[in-house]
Design a protein around this ligand. Structure first.
Ligand SMILES: [Zn+2]
Ligand SMILES: [Zn+2]
Length: 426
């Protein structure tokens, strides 16, 4: 990237000016740090800090492009090999990142180009829909909509799972906006720190709803009837019945929209009609726990299983699974700047997250867009990428842009486009 030196300099100026605001995470002296510099895509890891001052000094004098720390605690975090580190345990980390799941807005702002056949398109694709090859160049963008989806997943994780089902104290949850497309949640708890990768896997299976069996709660076919389960069973059955009730309480038109949506239930017309006809009855059966007879024309046991799996997918949390299971993973350091956006990895208290708006945050203390200046400084840039999606930050929209376009834009927008690698200064 042509402007690495420039970006490094402004990151450095930021760290110098705001060093008092760089948070010090709990037990930082037992954590491993990793940094990616501006000039090469290699992480310098196995770094440890014994004093807060040295950690802050590192940001100012080395000014990395990306900064990470371990969820794990070690007696010698600076040891160059894992055996020598003296593993003490690992915080449980959840990473929710829209990179890993579908949002409708990706159809507007995620671009792909097939290096094999030259086809271009928008949306979330794994392989080229024309030639089937995997050689795709992707340009992923952000907007309020996908960041809201990610935020909502974190809120669901906390209030639908971690508190009611795992009884985890909210004070033990450390939340950050990742500085790009998601959020991290770290649980700092003595007991959880000792969990093995297998135990972490079990927790993840539970909160994602992976491998759920409806039969153990009573879903079965008996004498031509289908029997479901009761909402008295706490945990998943209660959550599932809750969502079914929520759907049943909607108008017929709304139900039709929900059930026919291809990305959601994708049911055919007949099944939807039968479901709507059964609505009142079904609601009563659920409410009164009346023998749980869920017999409904057209809904075989197989169809119920499919329907309930969709319900589970809506309730379960979209976490990036390896991050939670792998105890040697590093996550972004709170308060550091994200080298692909120039946004701050923003620490958030649980009661701040609900109204937090990363792209237009009115509370200066929580605002990840740190390069916005009151003096309205502008910057001239030239677009390098063939197409750059529209960017909406602080209520103002910029772009979309085409290659070769030269524009003068506010400093913080320029920093974002330069960090994204889609433009150069002129
Ligand atoms: Zn192709
Ligand atoms: Zn979006």
């Amino acid at each position: 990237m042509v402007d690495n030196k420039y970006l490094k300099r402004i990151f450095q100026a930021y760290y110098k000016e705001k060093q008092s605001e760089i948070p010090i995470v709990n037990l930082f002296d037992q954590r491993e740090f990793g940094f990616i510099p501006w000039d090469k895509q290699i992480m310098n890891r196995h770094i440890g800090f014994t004093s807060k001052i040295n950690l802050k000094k590192y940001f100012i004098s080395n000014t990395p492009k990306h900064a990470y720390m371990s969820g794990s605690l070690y007696s010698s975090p600076e040891s160059q090999n894992m055996q020598g580190k003296g593993y003490q345990g690992c915080d449980l980390i959840f990473d929710i990142d829209v990179d890993h799941f579908y949002t409708p807005c990706k159809e507007d702002h995620d671009l792909w180009h097939c290096k094999e056949c030259g086809e271009n398109g928008k949306g979330m694709v794994e392989k080229c829909p024309k030639c089937g090859k995997l050689k795709l160049k992707k340009l992923n963008w952000i907007c309020n909509e996908c960041l809201d989806v990610a935020k909502n997943e974190i809120i669901k994780l906390i209030y639908n799972f971690l508190i009611p089902d795992f009884n985890i104290n909210i004070d033990k949850m450390k939340i950050t906006f990742s500085g790009h497309r998601g959020y991290h949640l770290k649980i700092e708890d003595e007991q959880i720190r000792s969990f093995s990768s297998d135990e972490r896997r079990e927790i993840i299976d539970y909160i994602t709803g992976e491998n759920i069996s409806f039969e153990i709660w009573g879903l079965q076919e008996k004498g031509g009837n289908i029997f479901g389960f009761s909402r008295e069973t706490i945990g998943w059955p209660q959550k599932i019945i809750g969502l079914i009730e929520n759907i049943l309480s909607k108008t017929n038109v709304e139900i039709e929209t929900i059930l026919s949506n291809k990305k959601r239930f994708n049911l055919n017309k007949d099944l939807i009609e039968n479901f709507i006809n059964f609505k009142e009855n079904f609601h009563n059966i659920i409410k009164n726990n009346h023998n749980n007879n869920w017999t409904l024309v057209g809904f075989s046991l197989n169809a119920w299983n499919k329907f309930l799996k969709r319900i589970v997918a809506e309730i379960g949390i979209e976490v990036d699974i390896p991050v939670s299971i792998d105890i040697h993973r590093l996550i972004r350091y709170p308060g550091s700047l994200h080298g692909k956006t120039g946004f701050r990895v923003q620490k958030l208290l649980p009661d701040e997250i609900e109204v937090f708006n990363p792209l237009d945050e009115p509370n200066e203390k929580l605002d990840p867009i740190v390069f916005m200046s009151e003096k309205a400084i502008t910057q001239k840039i030239e677009i390098l990428e063939s197409e750059v999606p529209l960017t909406k930050i602080k209520g103002e929209t910029f772009g979309p842009y085409k290659q070769g376009e030269k524009v003068e834009i506010p400093h913080h927008i320029a920093v974002f486009l330069l960090c994204k690698g889609v433009a150069k200064t002129i």
